[in-house]
Ligand binder design. Structure first.
Ligand SMILES: C[S@@+](CC[C@H](N)C(=O)[O-])C[C@H]1O[C@@H](n2cnc3c(N)ncnc32)[C@H](O)[C@@H]1O
Length: 272
């Protein structure tokens, strides 16, 4: 199991909150796609797993959804609550500090119309993902929906095969510069990441942090399999970005967008 108690994906919490804050605007784009699904399934009560600073939760709350956001980072939840207050949506959005793999500890018997897991992976491999997906069903009403959006190896490996340079990328986020190097082991699907975060100070760059991480990137079919094993009915999947796999500028500008899929699954006990 990943140790997320002190660092968030290896980042100091303070830097993590800064990075999420710099990425706030992308929430408009992601909200549109998620909102369409929630409308389609008439979902009003939403559980946002790994909600970060509320990039999606708060947009949902401001449109009238009732949202419970859970994040393991206290600093993220603090920030989410502050924005909720600022936006006047505190009545609609509740934020909880907690490990979403232990939902039973803080949700009790509560059930939701939909769960979201947007770029918030907290599993090491397929069996681990499946066991969490199975637990999650207890908190989603019958015919409720699960929307999962994350990086997958289908799109990522395609980019790496086309252009190995896509393993090295940078992203400018406000006055922060994120330099990232990825290594892939195609035999095991392990992706090793090494990142440097700099802050612009005058004409210079000040190194704030170096972060290393390893994780197994799953494929679309592995996610579908994990969901099916857990008893979800997988309805569909699509690529989030309509990206040209040779457009390196677009790919490296936002890898989390470029290499992500969105999968929709139903908590259905009805055999069809
Ligand atoms: C990349 S951010 C995405 C945040 C949000 N879903 C969004 O789209 O803006 C991932 C978040 O998941 C949270 N997270 C990761 N594992 C978690 C876990 N086991 N329980 C709760 N939160 C977790 C991290 O703290 C982080 O803030």
């Amino acid at each position: 199991m990943m140790d997320l108690s002190k660092k968030i994906y290896g980042y100091d919490e303070e830097i993590w909150v800064r990075l999420l804050s710099e990425n706030w605007e992308s929430g408009d784009r992601d909200f549109e796609r998620i909102n369409k699904v929630l409308e389609e399934f008439k979902a009003l009560k939403i559980l946002d797993l790994g909600c970060g600073i509320g990039r999606i939760s708060l947009r949902l709350a401001s449109k009238g959804y009732r949202v419970v956001g859970v994040d393991i980072s206290e600093q993220c939840i603090k920030k989410a609550n502050a924005i909720a207050e600022e936006w006047g949506v505190s009545e609609k959005a509740e934020f909880i500090v907690g490990d979403y793999r232990k939902l039973e500890d803080f949700l009790g018997e509560k059930k939701f119309d939909a769960a979201l897991c947007i770029l918030s992976r907290a599993w090491d491999d397929l069996p681990d993902a499946s066991s969490f997906f199975s637990k999650l069903r207890a908190h989603i009403r019958d015919e409720g929906v699960f929307v999962i959006q994350d990086l997958c190896k289908d799109f990522f490996f395609q980019a790496v095969y086309n252009a190995p340079t896509s393993l090295n990328w940078f992203k400018v986020m406000g006055d922060l510069l994120l330099l990232s190097r990825w290594k892939v082991d195609f035999l095991t699907s392990m992706v090793s990441t090494s990142r440097e975060i700099y802050r612009k100070v005058g004409d210079d760059l000040k190194l704030l942090s170096r972060v290393f991480g390893d994780y197994k990137m799953l494929s679309i079919s592995e996610y579908a399999q994990a969901l099916k094993l857990a008893g979800w009915r997988v309805l569909r999947v699509e690529r989030v970005a309509k990206a040209d796999p040779t457009d390196l500028e677009l790919l490296s500008n936002d890898p989390w967008f470029s290499y992500s899929f969105q999968m929709i699954a139903l908590n259905s006990n009805t055999i069809r």
